[in-house]
Write a protein that binds this ligand. Structure first.
Ligand SMILES: [Zn+2]
Length: 313
């Protein structure tokens, strides 16, 4: 994802603390620990900022292949359904005069563009040149830098800070949550989306079908959150949890025997099925049913991603 590069180079926090906890997996020479001081799972050793910078610099080219944008465009109606629900929620919580949003790791800009069409004033942070150029074509305002203490002051204040598929890549997630808090007006919303790894379906796959933990992806994915551990991180940083939900529990296909891990063709087929499921519900005007279903899944710790909206307390 584009977002993964955005904060890899974020300034390191001054008060670095020891990471320790039970080792639950070892993948590619990295241990995944249930870190006690941090309160969530992450890999150790945590790659240095320099190592991450090197990794992401090398990957600029592979990530920016046209296929990524091509598929994004192909699936755009489906993406817009998800985005629409997200903006609906913001608009339900905030008064109509509060429509200023910052998207950290805004990628090609489709999320901000959706908001723009419904009257939101958006700003994206996205250092990828290609993504930034695409965003500008959509008429969006983009800061093409990495988010750091240095640029926070110049960005202004927002009613919503949105961060999708970013926090799992960050060396120090608490730091970025703190920065987000500073960027928000009082009562402003922070919306975070991260993978829901070590979820009960994945655990079942390991136990029943001897799957390896394919979701552990060092050095790119450093942190592995649950609904509880992400909520704790936000509360610790002065946020109140407003609501949570999830996305389609795509790992269900694996439990049903469609092993798409490492199989792009089958992965795409499964992806199309979940798009059909959601788009057919939308066509049948059953969005409310879908919202309740996914909220119930989230309450069970299920679903492929964790989405939490929290307000600046
Ligand atoms: Zn830790």
């Amino acid at each position: 994802m584009f977002a993964l590069r955005v904060l890899a180079m974020m300034a390191e926090r001054k008060n670095w603390k020891e990471h320790n906890g039970t080792v639950i997996d070892t993948v590619k020479g990295f241990d995944v620990i249930e870190c006690e001081p941090c309160g969530f799972k992450h890999i150790i050793p945590i790659p240095s900022s320099e190592e991450l910078e090197e990794i992401y610099r090398d990957e600029y080219y592979s990530i920016e292949k046209p296929l990524y944008l091509e598929r994004y465009r192909e699936d755009l109606d489906w993406w817009n359904l998800t985005y629409s629900e997200r903006y609906d929620k913001f608009e339900e919580i905030l008064t109509p005069d509060r429509r200023r949003i910052l998207d950290i790791g805004s990628g090609p800009g489709f999320f901000l563009h959706h908001g723009k069409k419904r009257g939101w004033d958006g700003l994206g942070i996205e250092p990828s040149k290609q993504a930034e150029a695409h965003s500008r074509e959509l008429g969006l305002k983009i800061v093409d830098e990495f988010l750091s203490e240095d640029i926070v002051e110049g960005l202004g204040q927002f009613d919503v800070v949105h961060m999708s598929e970013v926090l799992e890549h960050i060396r120090e997630p608490s730091g970025i949550v703190e920065l987000s808090r500073r960027l928000l007006h009082p009562g402003g919303l922070l919306c975070i989306v991260v993978p829901n790894d070590y979820n009960p379906f994945q655990v079942a796959l390991r136990e029943a079908c001897s799957f390896d933990p394919w979701w552990v992806a060092p050095p790119h994915h450093i942190n592995y959150f649950s609904f509880d551990s992400l909520s704790r991180l936000l509360v610790k940083n002065g946020f109140d949890i407003v609501c949570h939900t999830t996305t389609f529990p795509i790992d269900m296909f694996l439990l049903m025997g469609d092993n798409y891990v490492g199989n792009d063709r089958l992965g795409r087929e499964c992806h199309k099925k979940r798009m059909n499921f959601e788009q057919n519900l939308a066509r049948a005007e059953k969005i409310e049913l879908k919202i309740e279903l996914y909220s119930a899944l989230a309450n069970l710790g299920l679903g492929r991603e964790i989405q939490i909206i929290a307000s600046k307390g």
